[in-house]
Design a protein around this ligand. Structure first.
Ligand SMILES: [Fe+2]
Length: 277
């Protein structure tokens, strides 16, 4: 894959080779086989250790309790990048989820659909070591520190599965996009009221050293399916619009229930209520 000139690894041919080699492991992987071992450099393990240490401090301050408890149960290594097979083996006994290696972006229907089977597509390469706290693309830090820690919670894991069932149930691309936007504004970038504070549970916030310090200052709106399913977002920037669940129960009642029941007609009716501005 060609990297954009703005990618921090663009001018580093050794990094590009390794990144592309790791991505290629996923292309040759057959589901059910052990996930191929990715070779990382000492510098890359150091990036993981640094980010893990710094994020752990921020998680105590900003993450919801359910995430902190799940992360403690999962017990990811702090000093080195775990192999995806190892992550999968730690996760499976907790919530039944397993990891699948992905070369990069996976088509929406495939990515979301297999969540229903307890499978999570994950990139395996890591960001460039020159900028440990930034990545322009999902990397193993986002996929594992953000998502695996969340997937170690039975309550969150059930929401991921429900999103997968919804993605399989809807047939039109419009409905799938609506379902995926609700996922974006909840399981990727959701925040929640807890003990009188706004705390994060979205994997995108919880894996981002910069964004986790900024989310409380964003435009935070109440949890609303129509608003989430029809609001545009830009993946290259910090998310300026966030949606706050009043509680975990509300997240399950509103979003879990939507994913559990929605079909093309239901999504069309919801989308028709969106403001036309
Ligand atoms: Fe993600």
């Amino acid at each position: 894959m060609e990297l954009a000139t703005s990618h921090p690894g663009f001018a580093d041919p050794v990094y590009r080779d390794r990144r592309n080699g790791i991505a290629a492991l996923a292309l040759n992987h057959t589901p059910g086989d052990p996930i191929p071992v990715a070779e990382y450099t000492d510098e890359e393990h150091h990036v993981w250790a640094l980010v893990t240490r710094e994020l752990a401090v921020k998680h105590e301050k900003y993450a919801v309790r359910e995430f902190l408890d799940a992360a403690a149960r999962l017990g990811l290594p702090a000093d080195r990048i775990p192999q995806l097979q190892e992550v999968s083996d730690l996760l499976h006994p907790l919530t039944g989820f397993r990891y699948l290696p992905a070369a990069g972006l996976v088509p929406l229907r495939e990515f979301y659909g297999v969540l229903a089977d307890g499978l999570f597509h994950s990139t395996q390469y890591i960001r460039h070591h020159s900028v440990p706290f930034y990545t322009p693309e999902p990397d193993v830090i986002h996929e594992v520190i953000g998502h695996a820690n969340t997937l170690a919670s039975p309550r969150f894991a059930e929401l991921y599965r429900a999103a997968g069932r919804a993605a399989r149930r809807v047939e039109t691309d419009e409905a799938l996009e609506f379902v995926s936007k609700v996922f974006w504004f909840t399981l990727e970038f959701g925040v929640m009221r807890e003990d009188g504070e706004v705390r994060a549970y979205g994997a995108g916030i919880l894996s981002s050293y910069g964004e986790i310090e900024e989310f409380r200052g964003m435009d935070i709106r109440p949890l609303d399916l129509v608003d989430m399913g029809t609001t545009a977002y830009d993946i290259t920037k910090y998310q300026e619009t966030l949606f706050e669940a009043a509680s975990f129960d509300q997240l399950e009642d509103v979003v879990g229930e939507f994913w559990d029941t929605c079909d093309d007609d239901a999504v069309r009716r919801l989308a028709s209520h969106a403001p036309t501005t």
